[in-house]
Design a protein around this ligand. Structure first.
Ligand code: PGA
Length: 248
């Protein structure tokens, strides 16, 4: 595991975009695992800039996203498909037919999970998985649980997560109660993992995930067993790690 401290959000975003860009340059047909949330927005902006400058070509890239709310259509402005279109897809040349997310409106949830697992398998596996982290240590929508779920599954969102995401909806009641998420096994199968965290709200989760016991109660803690994890975080997010572990 490598931890890079970013000076600020802009620096974090630039560092993350540079790593993703290097991946695409080294392997033009890379499979990128993508994430939503506030954290990666700046990274996507930087990637769009690199693309506009002619420094990056996504024409052979495939993308698979971590998760999607159940019950929201792709046109709903809080669906993750909409988020990805808005922040990245519509600005760059990732082929539409090779950008995958679970279908939030799938009538049969179990069948949709199976379909999404097959989609990921068919890509040949994720080369670089971008991750944010929840204040409770979740990755994707793998919430604290009794065990680690391997593959794509439907989750009941915790109250904490729904409250955290309520800022994007007009009321808490509108936040979906369920979501499809890639499983921990699939995330762990990614060849490289890039986890971003900013702000003191992530400090405890970051410390527990990388310096605490490996437990499904802190889903990101499983990443301690992955051989190629890069963490980019700002000082507030790293404060507990600094406090307990000294300078990195
Ligand atoms: P955030 O969410 O980037 O909006 O903080 C991260 C996450 O919940 O995984």
């Amino acid at each position: 595991m490598k931890i890079y401290e970013a000076k600020d959000y802009q620096d974090l975003s630039r560092k993350a975009a540079n790593i993703i860009s290097a991946q695409v340059i080294l392997k033009p047909n890379a499979v990128l695992g993508l994430a939503t949330g506030s954290t990666p927005i700046g990274t996507y902006k930087q990637l769009v800039e690199l693309y506009e400058k002619g420094d990056l070509d996504f024409s052979s890239v495939t993308t698979v996203n971590l998760d999607e709310y159940q019950g929201l259509s792709s046109g709903h402005d809080q669906s993750y498909r909409y988020f990805m279109e808005d922040n990245l897809f519509k600005h760059v040349n990732i082929p539409g037919e090779r950008s995958f997310l679970p279908d939030g409106l799938a009538a049969d949830g179990a069948a949709e999970c199976r379909r999404y697992n097959t989609v990921i398998e068919t890509t040949g596996g994720v080369d670089l998985q971008l991750l944010g982290i929840g204040g409770n240590g979740h990755i994707g929508f793998n919430e604290p649980d009794e065990d680690f779920k391997k593959e794509t599954h439907l989750v009941t969102l915790t109250k904490e997560t729904r409250l955290a995401n309520a800022r994007f909806f007009s009321s808490l009641e509108e936040v979906p109660t369920h979501a499809f998420t890639m499983g921990i096994g699939t995330i762990m199968a990614a060849r490289k993992i890039l986890l971003l965290a900013n702000g003191e709200g992530k400090a405890q989760a970051l410390y527990d995930s990388f310096f605490g016991p490996i437990t499904p109660r802190v889903p990101a803690s499983i990443l301690q067993l992955h051989s190629d994890v890069i963490i980019i975080a700002d000082k507030p997010a790293l404060q507990l790690i600094h406090q307990h572990k000294g300078a990195l």
